[in-house]
Design a protein around this ligand. Structure first.
Ligand code: GCW
Length: 691
């Protein structure tokens, strides 16, 4: 018999357990914004002469709720403050003064202060911190479709609930805006670059306006991707020729309609004449004709055109050369409010590419880098790959153009008086509870914002900030996991595509290896063989002067450095050269042996990450720990899958044995070649069913 006392004791136990569990339940939804709310609001005031705005209200609210400092926080917008979203923080005795020329700058200062509080990077008395963002426009590109799917999205469906809008406004929009503002992101393109014409219908624009209203007080401007054929596709005109007067009138009217609904609308992102999307070339016009037509219409409203340079045809010209060939003739012909948006590498977001030669080449055009935050080619929402290491490799690369300059420097430089600098990242965000599928993939969203804000930040610092805010400040946790993040890109490249190999993915979904993949009637430049060119002599793509001549698109000394087998950086060896299997590399081993050892080290590293992660167990909540452990284990198995698929397949050409001190393969090539992955709306449906 249980008496009343026991029953009460049992209940207390259950309630207590529930309390403890709920304290430790971490579904990942709070991202890096896991501050404890104040019981008594902090003392936050606007200084005299600073007028309230929606943005300042948010800055005040955040500080009142979460700032734990003793003194007052004074917010000040004044003409003399830092411009272009920059800010100054001064510690005066117990008080903090946050000042800027704009309310946006003050908002960023508020988040800077809260970040310092979270990471323990506190300001000493009398300290003065001034920050200026590296880029004017720090923009996320969503590849979200009006039907709620997300192209290359691995985190559920789109967060934009078009079917509920404009009446129902999901709370996600504001949470999303806040997360972006906290890392300095000030612009978003809501929809896929493969843009549906219907995005410009009046009904859709009304919905877009509601989202823009939620984003605005967080300092974020809304942009749209547009389908270049919209006037025709919406059935309103027989043509979309950019030089046709009716077409121009149509865009003018549409643009006016947009600005009536969204007065601070940012502008258009355009993917034209690329992968089947319409564009000016359909009418015998050029990229410059198309971009300038839209730019002319947007200019009086203060809008910009981001025109993508991701173009390639199924032609005999090496795909890596095509964007340069198509865009260079128009250098200097684009209007000041056109920004040519260039992917970091000349092909397509591969695990490792040399930087696109367009960055160094287009000297009279505003050019912006586009990075992919979503891990289309890097293990999607399963593998942990900390991407700022890769982005910085591009940003820090010296272009050797006239006067010199790294990719970061040349893209931050403003080409015209009215031009703006910008950096774009393809978002990895969806409507799953933790936003990004993998809890660790949040790090790449965070890092993108931080790097746009300051390209000089070190990858180590970004990793540390993220880990401390998102998981734990305990050094026993931070140090090993930071090391893991810092190594993760190199590791992924090692087990996927070392030494400059590229595009040897499974067809379509791009998860997992398929270097043999050759479905009938497929464009050759969509198939791995086009890129790896393995044969009995060697492997790699000859882009030297004897081959496709892609090296000549780089300034000297890079053209010679890349073009010479002896001097080419080994990480790009097979990107630029077809190299004999027996070629002796700098470490004295043959290419084949090197390939084997690098794949092998990638696998070893991936298993080591599992160990690292297991050591993190005592320091974080079990929910995120377990979710990530499953992923780290799968990542290591995938590394084996990659190694076995690539080495066993290439071995058919090299006819050499795998060195005896490498781990033996765990798979048979025949089995891997038969395996077909089930992908459900771009997401690996069942991790346990992979090889
Ligand atoms: O990487 C490729 C993707 C496409 C994408 C395209 C692009 C939006 O596989 O899904 O389309 O790039 O960047 O336009």
């Amino acid at each position: 018999m249980i008496n009343g006392y026991d029953r009460m004791k049992n209940w207390l136990w259950i309630i207590g357990l529930f309390f403890v569990l709920s304290l430790h339940a971490e579904d990942g939804h709070r991202l890096w914004l896991r501050m404890e709310r104040n019981a008594v609001p902090a003392d936050v005031r606007l200084v005299e002469g600073t007028r309230r705005t929606d943005i300042l209200d948010i800055a005040s609210r955040e500080l009142k709720d979460f700032w734990k400092g003793e003194g007052r926080v004074l917010l000040c917008v004044s003409k003399g403050g830092a411009t272009r979203d920059g800010f100054t923080i001064r510690k005066k005795g117990q008080d903090m003064e946050l000042s800027s020329a704009s309310d946006r700058g003050v908002l960023y200062a508020a988040y800077d202060l809260l970040r310092r509080q979270q990471t323990g990077d506190l300001l000493s008395d009398g300290a003065v911190v001034t920050e200026m963002p590296s880029y004017d426009i720090r923009i996320l590109n969503h590849w979200d479709n009006p039907d709620g799917t997300v192209e290359r999205g691995y985190a559920g469906r789109s967060i934009w609930r078009w079917d509920e809008l404009p009446e129902t406004v999901s709370p996600l929009y504001e949470e999303y805006a806040r997360a972006n503002a906290s890392v300095g992101i000030n612009a978003v393109v809501l929809n896929n670059v493969n843009a549906k014409p219907q995005m410009l219908s009046t009904g859709m624009l009304r919905k877009v306006a509601v989202i823009a209203d939620v984003l605005r007080p967080y300092g974020i401007r809304t942009y749209l991707s547009v389908n270049f054929a919209s006037p025709k596709a919406l059935g309103e005109l027989p043509t979309a020729d950019p030089l046709d007067a009716d077409v121009q009138r149509w865009w003018k009217k549409k643009t006016k309609e947009i600005y009536c609904l969204i007065p601070d609308f940012g502008g258009f992102l355009v993917k034209a004449n690329s992968e089947g999307e319409p564009g000016p070339q359909d009418y015998g016009r050029t990229h410059a004709d198309g971009a300038n037509m839209l730019a002319g219409i947007l200019a009086p409203h203060g809008g910009v055109v981001m025109w993508r340079a991701f173009v390639y045809q199924a032609s005999s010209l090496d795909r890596a050369c095509q964007a340069y060939e198509e865009f260079m003739p128009f250098d200097g012909q684009f209007h000041e409010n056109v920004i040519v948006q260039v992917k970091n590498g000349p092909i397509d977001f591969q695990p490792r590419e040399p930087f696109s030669p367009l960055f160094g080449a287009m000297q009279h055009t505003q050019v912006m880098p586009e990075f992919q935050i979503t891990q289309e080619y890097l293990g999607q929402s399963i593998h942990t790959v900390f991407l700022p290491t890769m982005w910085k490799a591009c940003l820090d690369a010296e272009t050797y153009r006239d006067g010199g300059g790294t990719v970061a420097e040349v893209t931050q430089h403003r080409v015209g008086i009215h031009s703006r600098s910008a950096m774009a990242g393809v978002a990895n965000i969806g409507d799953v509870v933790n936003w990004t599928g993998s809890d660790m993939a949040q790090a790449n969203w965070y890092a993108f914002g931080r790097l746009c804000w300051n390209t000089d930040l070190s990858v180590a610092q970004i990793a540390e900030e993220f880990l401390k805010q998102t998981f734990s400040t305990d050094e026993h946790f931070v140090e090993p996991v930071r090391q893991l993040l810092l190594r993760s890109w190199d590791t992924a490249v090692s087990y996927m595509m070392p030494l400059g190999l590229h595009h040897i993915f499974a067809f379509g979904h791009h998860y997992g290896p398929e270097p043999w993949c050759a479905p009938p009637n497929t464009r050759p430049d969509w198939l791995p063989k086009y890129y790896h060119r393995a044969d009995s002599i060697g492997i790699g793509f000859d882009r030297t002067v004897r081959g496709s001549k892609a090296v000549l698109q780089y300034h000297e000394p890079l053209a010679t450095l890349y073009g010479n087998l002896e001097t080419c950086p080994e990480e790009y060896l097979l990107w630029f050269h077809h190299v004999p299997w027996e070629y002796v590399m700098r470490n004295g081993l043959t290419l084949w042996d090197n390939l084997c050892y690098i794949y092998n080290s990638g696998v070893e590293d991936a298993w080591e990450f599992v160990d690292f992660w297991q050591k993190a167990r005592p320091y974080i909540d079990s929910e995120r720990y377990e979710r990530l452990l499953k992923r780290f284990e799968r990542q290591a198995k995938d590394a084996e899958w990659w190694r076995d698929a690539c080495l066993l397949y290439f071995q058919r050409y090299s006819r050499r044995s795998i060195p005896a001190d490498c781990l033996p393969p765990v798979h048979k090539l025949e089995d891997l070649m038969k395996f077909k992955l089930h992908i459900d709306n771009y997401t690996v449906a069942d991790m346990d069913n992979l090889p």
